[in-house]
Design a protein around this ligand. Structure first.
Ligand code: C5P
Length: 274
């Protein structure tokens, strides 16, 4: 059996630059990955997908799952069998941390080495690109600047080991409506330099539209900002997950304790950047 991790992604910054004619938006974003996420297992057998884990019940049918879509596209492109997948769903769904995208990318990362296909094979990238704007970044799986829809990737030096706390207020947010509620104002590009500095000078332009759809995001950000020792507090992707970066794991732990006390029903993940 092959076991592949599907780490959560966060957007350290996400600048929306313009609306395109094809229904997408030109963005500039700083992708980073955390050390925890979903897990995907691949065994020999007829194509199938079993889902377990804390968020298994939230997912809709096997057919729409990005694991199934990635496996079907892979099987068609490489004329190889897919296999029997088990997804351990630990990340909240529709939450701005790329759970589904990470799962689809993990399926490709599981299948390709099994068949001797290089992870650099452009056909894998093409499949990832066809599955969604965040899937190429998840296939790359390391810190990167993303342009275009997010699929034009330039790797950047990461912040490996930096403590991070992820908080989701339990509201599923669809990406399309959040982009559609963007006010159309270009607030400028992401700057140059080292990753943390670029992130600190950046912003998430989807935060205001997402908050108008899911006001609990404002409360999540306020609770994170209340904690000591934060280096950066921001919403990820189109929300509703928000995150904080810390220098000290003790500050992350104290913030997690405080948030779990006030909001015991919220999802809270203590992790570190990959
Ligand atoms: O690419 P993906 O299927 O994940 O995108 C979901 C939706 O989010 C798109 O249909 C589009 O409405 C919006 N989107 C966008 N601009 C992007 C990425 C996504 O408008 N760069």
């Amino acid at each position: 059996m092959i076991v592949e991790q599907a780490p959560a992604k966060i957007n350290l910054a996400l600048h929306v630059r313009s609306r395109r004619d094809d229904g997408y938006h030109e963005i500039e974003t700083l992708f980073a990955f955390v050390q925890d996420g979903d897990e995907l297992r691949l065994a020999d057998g007829p194509p199938s997908l079993a889902i377990e884990g804390p968020f298994a019940g939230v997912l809709t049918g096997e057919g729409d799952n990005l694991v199934t879509r990635a496996a079907s596209a892979y099987a068609a492109a490489f004329a190889k069998p897919a296999g029997a997948f088990t997804l351990v769903k630990r990340l909240p769904v529709a939450s701005g941390i790329g759970g589904g995208s990470a799962d689809g990318a993990a399926a490709l990362r599981a299948l390709a080495p099994r068949d001797g296909v290089s992870l650099d094979d452009p056909r894998l990238f093409a499949i990832a690109d066809s599955l969604g704007s965040d899937v190429p970044a998840c296939l790359l799986g390391r810190s990167a600047l993303g342009r275009g829809r997010g699929e034009q990737l330039e790797p950047v030096d990461g912040l490996t080991g930096m403590p991070v706390l992820l908080v989701n207020p339990g509201v599923a947010v669809s990406t399309g409506p959040v982009f559609a509620a963007w006010d159309g104002r270009d607030r400028g590009p992401i700057g140059e330099g080292a990753l943390l500095g670029r992130a600190l000078l950046g912003r998430n332009d989807l935060e205001a539209p997402a908050r108008s759809i899911a006001p609990a995001i404002g409360e999540a950000l306020a609770l994170l900002l209340d904690g000591d020792g934060t280096r950066l507090v921001r919403m990820s992707g189109s929300g509703a997950t928000c995150f904080a970066l810390y220098d000290q794991p003790e500050d992350r732990a104290a913030a997690a304790r405080a948030i779990r006390t006030v909001r015991p029903g919220w999802w809270c993940l203590e992790s570190a950047l990959a």
